[in-house]
Every structure is written in structure tokens, then in C-alpha cells.
Design a binder for this molecule. Structure first.
Ligand SMILES: Cc1cc2nc3c(=O)[nH]c(=O)nc-3n(C[C@H](O)[C@H](O)[C@H](O)COP(=O)(O)OP(=O)(O)OC[C@H]3O[C@@H](n4cnc5c(N)ncnc54)[C@H](O)[C@@H]3O)c2cc1C
Length: 410
């Protein structure tokens, strides 16, 4: 078995790395400047950068040339994403690149691919994934937003919440109920909605680690019939498949590696009791454990990419473990680093005695949000069912458990 890359692939890696590093501001610090709390100038900078990367084909190198890519395969896509992940940057259109775009690639009609994909590949369009509702998070099938066919349009009504965005979107990739069914997940469809359609309103909502997110309201929003993505009433299944694109990827382990590399530098420079931190046996052991965690995550991510490159010869795996490990590592590593730093780890950037630019406190805060693409518990359910073949608790038992938790009437 050969785990290496070809010469051509290594050349692409080098070119992408050089491009990203040359274009990025020298003082860019992803721990301080998160994509979710940018000034107007910073937002304009990252949009411009995204468009430049789109022109080079580095946003979607694995996509076909017709859809705006470089015509390479999943391995090359993984290589460029790994390089981008290591920089710590995040594309303003991350939801379009990692979720909506791949979903249109897989489930879209030829017209939809022509219409929607080039904007994503070129970096000009911003997409949001608008799935979550006040009563439909982990229970995604509980969608209350409705889409009713009237002539040539579906008319949407409902509310979405916790929608991640950097700037006002151009399109919403959204779920809505198209039939009242039992089981309820069989009456849901996917839509590609122009974000400026009359009847859509946006309300900002601040969060701890991710800056501002959106509440989105649909009031009699007319969506052209041809913007239905995939099959009518099969949207839940399509969306579940597309979640795997959101969870997987080589960018996350590369980003984790960058963070650990920086932390190791800090431990080399910082002395405790007259000795650099890194000379302490416990610190060395702890850092080594984090490095192993990240390497496991990296290999799992690459296995998924490789499997994707063997499409047609190997069946799809049906579940992803790299996103699962990402949730665990990104929560645990900041905590571990905080222990090494002692109470200094809790000081915010800008505080007088803050060490390591207050990065650990920031990382710890961001790591409170491991909800995107399903919580860790939901990911465990996916791995248990699809990966290990374990049975689900029958619905009637869940109902009995819920009933038993109700206060008894006297
Ligand atoms: C930072 C951030 C970004 C997000 N971005 C987006 C976005 O761009 N688009 C979008 O559509 N949504 C987004 N979301 C929403 C996210 O998808 C939901 O928060 C997530 O699906 C969980 O839903 P919920 O918040 O309603 O929690 P709930 O579903 O109410 O869950 C509450 C708790 O119960 C646990 N739980 C629920 N069901 C089970 C079960 N069966 N077994 C065991 N435990 C269970 C959960 O793990 C969780 O801990 C984002 C959320 C956050 C925090």
C-alpha cells in the first residue's frame, strides 16, 4: 500500500501553499481574528481573497472544469484543503463550498449545476445552510417550515435558527415540509432559495464562540419549482448524505496541527521553575498524546478522501469519523493546553498578564460550539447505527421512557 502522493500532486500542494501564504496578511492570527467577528474591512478582504483563490481554482480543485473546478479528483481537493486548513483561514462561503455545493453536485439537475456551481467555484456567491429550527435540531425530521406547491412556485413559511454566516447570503440551502407523513422524515424536501426573495427576513443572534448567527423567517416566500433539489419528499435522505461532506475533510486536522505546532513553540520559549515547559516530562507526554490524536484524525480524514476517489469500486462508508474526532479533539485540546498553562490559560487576549496572546481562552470558547452538523451525541448515534450496525432504540421505548419521566399526577 502506498500512502504517498504523486509528483504532480506534490507540485499542486506547493503551489497552493505558496499562493495562500503570499496572499494572507503576515500578521493574520486565526485565534484572534475569527471569521465570525470581522470588521467591514476584514470581510471585504476575505471576500476578495476568496475570489482570487476561486480564479486560481483553489476553492474547488476537485470539481469538473464545466462546474468551475480544475478537473482534478478528491485527492487533489484534499491536498488543497489541507493546505488551507493549516493556514487557519476560513472561506466566507464555507457552507457553500463544503455543504450546498457538493449537494448540488450529487443531487442537482444539469441546469442547477450550470446555474449554481460556478458562483461557488469562483468564490463570488455566499450560501447558508438553513436547516435548524427551534424544534428541529438533532431531530431534523421535525421540520415545521412548509413548502406548498402553487402553480410554478413553492410557497415557503416558517423559521430557521442558528444559521452560520459571515455576511448576508446570496442563497439559502434549506429544508421544508412538503407532505404530512408518518414517519415524518418522508415528507421533507430540499430547496435552493435566492436569499433576497421577497418575504425573507433576517435577525442577528450573538453566540459565544461563533460571533453572530442568523434567525431566518420565511413568510409566503415564492421559490421557483425548478429550485427543488433532488427528489420531492426525499430531502431528508439527501440532507443526511450531504452532512457527511460537512463533517469530513482534511482541513480540520491540518488546522489542529497548526495550533499544536504553535503551542509547542510556546512551550519551548516559556520557562517554569527555570526550565522550558517542553522539558517537563508531563508536558511532553501530554503534547505527544495530542499529536497522536491529531494524526489519527488526519489518517481517518484521508481514508475518507481516498475512499471517495475509489467511487464506483468501493461502496460508500455511510458515516464519517474524522468530524467525530474533530469534535472530541477540538473540545479536549484547548482544555488540556489550559491545564498546562495553569490560570494564565484563562486570561483573555489583551489582558495584561495574558500569555500566548490569550489564544487558549479563545480556543476554549469556540470549542463550546460542537453543534454544527449534529452534536457529538448525534454523531455517536450515526456511528453506532451505520458504522457498528447497532439497533436503534425502538420508538415505542423512547416514548415509554419520556412518559416515565413526566411528573406523576396525584
Ligand atoms: C456554532 C453553531 C453553528 C451552527 N450552524 C448552523 C448552520 O449553519 N445551519 C443550520 O441549519 N444549523 C446550524 N447550527 C445548528 C445546529 O445544527 C444545531 O444546534 C444542532 O443540530 C443541535 O440542535 P439543537 O441545538 O436544537 O439541540 P437539541 O437537538 O435540542 O439537543 C440538545 C441536546 O440534547 C442532545 N440530544 C438530542 N437528541 C439526542 C438523542 N437522540 N440522543 C442523545 N442525545 C441527544 C444533543 O446532543 C444536545 O446536547 C449551528 C449551531 C451552532 C452552535
Amino acid at each position: 500500500m502506498d500512502f504517498g502522493f504523486t509528483e504532480k500532486q506534490e507540485k499542486l500542494r506547493k503551489a497552493a501553499r505558496e499562493f495562500f501564504l503570499n496572499e494572507m496578511p503576515e500578521d493574520f492570527d486565526p485565534d484572534v481574528e475569527t471569521m465570525f467577528s470581522l470588521t467591514k474591512e476584514q470581510t471585504a478582504f476575505w471576500m476578495k481573497f476568496q475570489k482570487k483563490a476561486g480564479k486560481k481554482g483553489y476553492l474547488t480543485p476537485g470539481w469538473s472544469k464545466e462546474t468551475g473546478g480544475l478537473g482534478y479528483g478528491p485527492i487533489e481537493q484534499g491536498i488543497v484543503e489541507e493546505e488551507w486548513g493549516f493556514t487557519g483561514g476560513r472561506w466566507p462561503n464555507a457552507s457553500g463550498l463544503h455543504i450546498a455545493g457538493p449537494a448540488v453536485q450529487v443531487f442537482g439537475t444539469e441546469e442547477q449545476k450550470k446555474k449554481f456551481l460556478p458562483g461557488i467555484a469562483q468564490g463570488t456567491a455566499i450560501w447558508n445552510q438553513a436547516f435548524t429550527e427551534p424544534d428541529a435540531g438533532s431531530d431534523e425530521a421535525n421540520q415545521k417550515t412548509t413548502a406548498v406547491l402553487k402553480g410554478n412556485y413553492y410557497v415557503l413559511n416558517g423559521q430557521k435558527t442558528f444559521i452560520t454566516t459571515l455576511i448576508k447570503p446570496d442563497y439559502l440551502y434549506t429544508l421544508a415540509r412538503t407532505a404530512e407523513t408518518e414517519p415524518k422524515h418522508q415528507g421533507i424536501s430540499l430547496f435552493l432559495v435566492p436569499a433576497d426573495a421577497p418575504g425573507i427576513t433576517y435577525q442577528a443572534q450573538g453566540t459565544m464562540g461563533f460571533g453572530t448567527q442568523l434567525n431566518i423567517y420565511y413568510k409566503n416566500v415564492k421559490v421557483p419549482k425548478e429550485n427543488l433539489l433532488g427528489e420531492l419528499n426525499r430531502g431528508f435522505y439527501h440532507a443526511m448524505a450531504a452532512f457527511e461532506f460537512e463533517r469530513s475533510g482534511t482541513g480540520n486536522p491540518a488546522n489542529a496541527k497548526r495550533r499544536l505546532t504553535e503551542f509547542i513553540q510556546f512551550c519551548k520559549k516559556t520557562k517554569r521553575n527555570g526550565k522550558p515547559l517542553i522539558k517537563d516530562t508531563d508536558v511532553r507526554k501530554t503534547v505527544a498524546k495530542m499529536a497522536i490524536d491529531i494524526e489519527i484524525q488526519r489518517l481517518i480524514a484521508w481514508e475518507a478522501v481516498w475512499r471517495h476517489s475509489q467511487k464506483g469500486q468501493l461502496p460508500p462508508k455511510g458515516y464519517d469519523l474524522s468530524g467525530f474526532f474533530n469534535k472530541i479533539n477540538s473540545t479536549q485540546h484547548p482544555e488540556t493546553m489550559m491545564h498546562i498553562m495553569g490560570l494564565y490559560g484563562q486570561l483573555r487576549s489583551g489582558a495584561k498578564w495574558a500569555k500566548f496572546a490569550g489564544k487558549i481562552e479563545r480556543r476554549w470558547q469556540v470549542a463550546r460550539s460542537v453543534h454544527p452538523a449534529g452534536t457529538l451525541e448525534v454523531n455517536k448515534i450515526v456511528v453506532a447505527g451505520r458504522g457498528l450496525g447497532l439497533p436503534r432504540i425502538p420508538a415505542r421505548f423512547n416514548k415509554m421512557i419520556a412518559e416515565s419521566l413526566q411528573p406523576k399526577k396525584k
